[in-house]
Design a protein around this ligand. Sequence first.
Ligand code: NAD
Length: 367
Amino acid sequence: MSTPSLLILPGDGIGPEVMAEVVRIIDWYGDKRGLKFDVTTDLVGGAAYDVHGVPLADETMAKAQEVDAVLLGAVGGPKYDVLDFSVKPERGLLRLRKEMDLFANLRPAQCFDALADFSSLKKDVVAGLDIMIVRELTSGIYFGEPRGIITEGNERVGINTQRYTESEIRRVAIAAFELAMKRNKKLTSMEKANVMESGILWRDVVNEVAADYPEVEVGHMYADNGAMQLVRAPKQFDVIVTDNLFGDILSDCAAMLTGSLGMLPSASLGAPMENGRPKAMYEPVHGSAPDIAGQGKANPIACILSFAMALRYSFNEGEEATRLEKAIEKVLADGVRTGDLLAGEGVTPVSTSGMGDAILAALDASL
Ligand code: NAD
């Protein structure tokens, strides 16, 4: 197979700072593991607007469609708040997701033991937690028609429509089953089949797909119970698959089980390309953090963990992804911390690049 290709879009604010550390990790894999990537870097968000007058140039969009994976930092900042809606930095991100048709949003909630104290839940409930929420991203109530605010009689009525086709449910269910096969082979589907027809269809289609994955243990849960179970006993789950609306809420809830925004990666996957790899974009959950941008304070771990997801889900390098995650685990266990994680005894505060240095040293030690 040809050298895997990556398009890096650092974006705005802390985006370029955290991405610089990812680039060092990518170089390390090339030098020390013979895992070379064909890397191109381009502009997105406010940075693209400053140069092209749009938050994503057509040429950049075309490149994103060609590469094996896109790595994105973050977009936005106060400087761009005054721009017209059509050219706001976030539009660049939305255009990438829409035109690449990234329908499966993967949001892991992983709690490193050393950070279990940062959770609002009891340490034993979250220590060692490692679950994955797969959220349908391109359909459902955020897109369904009819929608709008109409007038009926003498009052206004707000309307949104939950609408899912079988094929939309099937493709995200397949993505979730494939993930479960790479993990602990346990999948929980969440909907509201008790009160929503779209939920009944969702459950049916998930069961149909399940027939192709006999090794995966499948469960169904109403989404409201799912929310309760996530905060009661989150370790009962492995992979959760759910629709756009429930996934929006449940993935944020699950993410916060683990503490800091600076630790949360994500992936958005689409249909397989000709080479069998899915269309894919990997990005930290956090934004451009203008309050700390340019000060060397940002935690690069969310962005580095996003690259680990790329290794696992785009490049089938699960062992190397684990190596990187273990290096991060070790660094945290040693008490190395950026400003967002400073608490407790025996911690050493480091800058963004200091955290990169420590992770590279741990990677070296892993050889
Ligand atoms: P934010 O995620 O940028 O920041 C929220 C808080 O978390 C801030 O105090 C910030 O300093 C801190 N923080 C975030 N990431 C951190 C990291 N890696 N290390 C240390 N601390 C970190 O959210 P916001 O302040 O609501 O938004 C700021 C800008 O980012 C806005 O323009 C918003 O539109 C944009 N935004 C972009 C994305 C994206 O690119 N995917 C997501 C959310 C917000």
